[in-house]
Design a binder for this molecule. Structure first.
Ligand code: APR
Length: 232
């Protein structure tokens, strides 16, 4: 049995109606990263940041997984314990689509974190400014989202998976944000085959052995079917 490590980005959720970051009209065309996705921005204007994530949390709560999310969950069921999904997304659609043990390297909209004591709990749908932490009771709750300048989560586990991968796939990510954009290099160095599934070539497309272009709701189910047929 071969081990498959999959990295996903905003593109896999685009057909579920959630905006990407760097496409035309994407989130970073509507908001300044330094205002809503940095610790400094949160310190400067917590109301703006909480409103930004409250809106995204409400939108994600209404969103439904698409055929790409469901195909990855099927791949996990067909190869129990051999398919690791690492996501840069915070929308929870992998789990809604049936995936298990997803590694959320940028956190998740349904999580809250206390900036004072580090306590984590399920985020309320609408997090208030100065929301009190249920553990230390200080008014320092923040979205449990990894902002620019902060260390992504699960990096040790992710690198361990990359070092033992037989196949690495990147789906719906522009390859412009590290460390995720460097995962293909790690997987290649470990001897894994690599494939990029994206609407258009990413910034690191040249580092992939195979590419499949098109909307994820079409390319991902076809890719999963090919993998299953190859092991039938
Ligand atoms: N199917 C497949 N790919 C798609 C689709 C689709 N329907 N729609 C868009 N894409 C592709 C785009 O071509 C683009 O390459 O998805 C990618 C989205 O790129 P970004 O918007 O840069 O999103 P992502 O790569 O996930 O960003 C990485 O940057 O801002 C931070 O923390 C944020 O997790 C995010 C990280």
């Amino acid at each position: 049995m071969e081990k498959i490590v999959i990295l996903t980005g905003a593109g896999i959720s685009a057909e579920s109606g959630l905006g990407t970051f760097r496409d035309e009209g994407g989130l970073w065309a509507q908001h300044r990263v330094e205002d809503v996705a940095t610790p400094e921005g949160f310190a400067r204007d917590p109301a703006l940041v909480q409103a930004f994530y409250n809106a995204r949390r409400a939108q994600a709560a209404q969103a439904t997984p698409n055929a790409a999310h469901e195909a990855l969950a099927r791949l996990q069921r067909e190869f129990p314990g051999e398919v690791v999904i690492v996501t840069q997304n915070v929308d929870g659609l992998h789990e809604k689509g049936g995936a298990r043990d997803v590694l959320h390297m940028h956190g998740a909209l349904d999580g809250a974190l206390c900036a004072s004591c580090g306590h984590r709990w399920p985020a309320p749908m609408q997090m208030a400014v100065a929301e009190p932490c249920p553990a230390c009771h200080r008014p320092t709750a923040r979205p449990d989202i990894v902002w620019f300048g902060e260390m992504p989560y699960y990096m040790d586990q992710i690198f361990d998976h990359l070092m033992t991968a037989d196949l690495f796939a990147a789906i719906g990510t522009s390859g412009q944000v590290y460390p995720a954009a460097g995962f293909v290099q790690e997987a290649t160095a470990a001897g894994a085959r690599t494939v990029e599934l994206n609407l258009e070539p990413s910034a690191v497309v040249s580092q992939f052995e195979e590419t499949r272009f098109g909307p994820a709701s079409q390319t991902v189910p076809a890719w999963v079917s090919d993998l299953l047929a190859a092991t039938a």
